[in-house]
Design a protein around this ligand. Structure first.
Ligand SMILES: Nc1ncnc2c1ncn2[C@@H]1O[C@H](COP(=O)(O)OP(=O)(O)OP(=O)(O)O)[C@@H](O)[C@H]1O
Ligand SMILES: [Mg+2]
Length: 373
């Protein structure tokens, strides 16, 4: 999968820019606050339909304008695809794929596959389970269209079920209705669990070897799916459903008391260990960085395995965070993968990518110039 062209209009601090991307390496150099992350965000938005930042959608549009658009021209499985995203203040964004308007923005996920790596991703290691669930949710959604639908459905089920739990004793009919919602919860939750189990096993398969290489064969990474309803080891599908059922029945009083659903994949986590110790608590800064780098590179391989093509790799300002050995490893790894790198300091990068086919751009106050020589 290759993105050939990116056009942005009134997006963040950009006015109107058209960029021809190289199918291998694209380096964007600029000082702080010039628009490097904004540029990454425009590509990410065209892939996932949402920003990776905390801002509201109106803030994506240039402060002085009311409308913004992003246009991506790409080739996937030998097909030319054009993705257009229209943003307007106070209105819902619109997405067109090859000129056809999508009913929901979420439908665009999986067309332009991306893997993004930013310094902020350390939160996947250090942060709460929500961060790790978000990480796998976005990834699985990019390769399994059904998973997005299941997540949406599951969210609605939890909301409805919680309302019933909160009013369990005040409405007599709730005693019957709850059984229906228990079935919904278990059936949809079960499917999510299977997708996650499969994905985390794949993540493990790739990242363990990558980490081994990064650490020079000295340390061992381990990942495990901490499924909230219990361990899935050696259990067939019927046994997993039964286990979910038992959790719900055994803890039902507690759920009514608390007025909330206590068991299910909305409480899952992933445990990341290095040499048997949990990375979140015991890993050094460097080990945590290597772990996240291994996960990100594993993501790339899973997408390749699933869709037959590499995703576009977005590396926002991560070079400065890595030591020379890891920088070298990463640069070597991305050969053959279309990559966009942003950096404030191009010296190391120029040395490391000396023999690479690349485009180099300079970003200054939202103006992008191609300075490839
Ligand atoms: N809607 C908007 N309209 C105009 N400018 C905006 C908008 N949203 C953000 N900006 C500005 O865009 C600028 C560039 O932000 P960006 O995060 O892309 O910088 P950067 O080049 O990645 O910097 P750093 O190296 O510090 O990460 C910021 O100064 C910010 O104020
Ligand atoms: Mg930035």
């Amino acid at each position: 999968m290759i993105v050939n062209k990116l056009k942005i209009k009134n997006f963040r601090n950009f006015k109107e820019e058209t960029i021809d991307l190289n199918n291998s390496l694209n380096i964007f150099i600029g000082d702080n606050g010039q628009g490097k992350t904004n540029l990454m965000e425009s590509i990410y938005l065209s892939s996932i339909g949402r920003t990776f930042r905390l801002n509201s959608e109106n803030e994506l549009i240039n402060f002085k304008e009311n409308k913004s658009c992003i246009e991506i021209s790409m080739v996937k499985n030998n097909y030319n695809i054009k993705i257009e995203l229209f943003l307007e203040k106070g209105k819902r964004k619109q997405v067109l794929v090859n000129g056809i308007k999508l009913d929901k923005t979420a439908e665009m996920i999986g067309i332009l596959n991306n893997v993004i790596f930013t310094p902020d991703d350390m939160k996947i290691i250090k942060g709460s389970p929500i961060e790790r669930r978000k990480f796998v949710n976005i990834d699985i959604s990019q390769i399994k269209p059904k998973y997005k639908y299941l997540l949406n459905r599951y969210k609605k089920i939890i909301t409805e079920r919680n309302i019933i739990l909160k009013n369990y004793y005040t409405k007599a009919e709730n005693k019957d209705i709850i059984n229906i919602w228990n079935d919904y919860l278990i059936n949809t939750g079960f499917e999510i669990i299977l997708f996650r189990n499969d994905y985390i096993n794949k993540l493990k398969k790739y990242s363990v070897d990558i980490y081994k290489d990064i650490s020079g064969n000295k340390e061992k990474l381990d990942l495990s799916y901490c499924c909230n309803i219990g361990s899935l080891d050696n259990k067939d599908n019927d046994r997993i459903k039964k286990m979910f059922n038992e959790k719900i029945s055994m803890n039902f009083k507690q759920e009514v008391l608390r007025g909330t659903t206590l068991y299910g994949p909305h409480k899952d986590d992933i445990i990341i260990k290095i040499d048997g110790k949990e990375c979140k608590y015991f890993g050094s800064q460097g080990q945590q960085r290597s772990a996240i780098l291994s996960l990100k590179l594993a993501e790339i391989e899973i997408i390749k395995e699933e869709i037959g093509e590499y995703p576009i790799l977005l590396l926002d300002d991560v070079m400065s965070e890595l030591d020379n050995k890891r920088k070298g490893y990463l640069i070597n790894y991305i050969k053959g993968i279309q990559t966009v790198i942003t950096t404030t300091d191009d010296y190391d990068l120029n040395v490391l990518t000396k023999n690479y086919n690349k485009n180099i751009f300079y970003i200054d106050k939202g103006k992008i110039s191609n300075i490839t020589n």
